[in-house]
Ligand binder design. Structure first.
Ligand code: XMP
Length: 319
């Protein structure tokens, strides 16, 4: 793709010009955006770049291992794997307001990056995989009044005191363009095709208070849902799919006994850029089979619902 080949070269030149010989740290989330940003920046400035992968305790099953293996072993990009689970989960205890969750997570990300920027020997830049839709969604509803929908933690500039400047080489791109750039940079197809995963992670798929128990249940249910989607060959037809655990317990019956466990919602949407989305029209057979598997395989869930809201009026994530 000649467009992306020239975009790549221009972006590399701009990155070199912006950072000179300074050190850069890049926050990796495990998603496509930050991965593409990291590989692009590494191409531009080599080992002036150190990636920081923050495990905030809100990742999906197996995610930390996959990301670390990919970057450290496959790409050989210097990577700090920061285990900050107790920092984040501690600060989120008792928090149920979605914006407070996002702001808490955003603030802690900055603290953790700041700490590592110092460790790396005085990084002066922080790189992020911010995309164009992230930029506009945090500012206004397109065409409408200026209203903040959700504060995406990875935009909005950094507090002055952080003393790091932003490098955001994907700021003009839409998701499909980032994927094309990723292919241009030689990222494996399996990585490029990964569904987006938000920076605040499972926190915004766990409405109400976040507890280790709920996170554990959520991870297991999510893994079953994604496994079902892959087994049925639907993964690449779907923009994003996940489970949200609801802050409500309901009564069920299992064998001879009564159960009183959490309800969950399956969410799967099609979309081109995440700005608008339609719910995915699974067959009833698929939905029934998935519900049965989740209830049988995941202790703690006894009811499964399917979210059939499009965006707008809904958003993709639950918070
Ligand atoms: P919503 O829920 O706003 O999500 O319809 C649109 C897309 O953005 C992702 N998302 C985020 N990504 N930081 C991110 O990096 C965030 O704070 C954030 N919030 C939502 C969401 O997963 C979907 O792909």
């Amino acid at each position: 793709d000649w467009t992306m080949a020239s975009y790549r070269n221009d972006a590399i030149a701009r990155i070199r010009q912006q950072v000179g010989d300074a050190k850069v740290i890049c926050g990796l989330s495990g998603g496509v955006d930050s991965s593409v940003a990291a590989v692009l920046i590494h191409e531009a400035i080599g080992d002036q770049l150190t990636c920081v992968f923050v495990d905030h305790g809100l990742l999906r099953q197996g995610e930390a291992d996959e990301v670390v293996a990919m970057f450290r072993d496959h790409y050989n990009i210097p990577l700090i794997h920061a285990d900050e689970q107790s920092l984040f989960l501690g600060a989120l205890t008792g928090v149920s307001d979605p914006e407070v969750k996002r702001k808490t997570i955003g603030r802690l990300f900055i603290e953790v990056f700041q700490k590592h920027a110092a460790e790396v020997g005085g990084a002066r830049f922080l790189a992020q995989g911010t995309l164009y839709p992230d930029v506009i969604e945090s500012v206004s509803v397109s065409g409408g009044p200026s209203v903040t929908i959700k504060s995406h933690h990875n935009v909005g500039g950094l507090p002055e005191k952080m003393g790091l400047k932003l490098v955001e080489p994907l700021r003009e791109l839409f998701k499909d363009e980032v994927r094309a750039l990723g292919r241009e940079l030689g990222l494996p197809a399996s990585f490029i095709g990964r569904h987006p995963f938000p920076g605040p992670g499972l926190a915004i798929r766990c409405p109400g208070e976040i507890t280790p128990e709920k996170l554990d249940i959520l991870r297991k249910a999510d893994a079953v849902f994604i496994d079902q989607i892959r087994k049925h060959g639907l993964y690449d037809d779907i923009w994003q799919a996940f489970v949200a655990i609801l802050p409500v317990k309901t009564v069920g019956v299992m064998g001879d006994g009564r159960t009183y466990d959490f309800a969950c919602a399956l969410r799967a949407v099609t979309s081109v850029d995440g700005m608008t989305a339609d719910y995915y029209p699974f067959s009833h057979q698929f939905l029934g089979e998935t519900a049965t598997r989740i209830i049988n395989e995941v202790r703690g869930i006894n009811r499964v619902t399917y979210d059939i809201t499009s965006k707008p009026p809904g958003t993709i994530e639950w918070e």
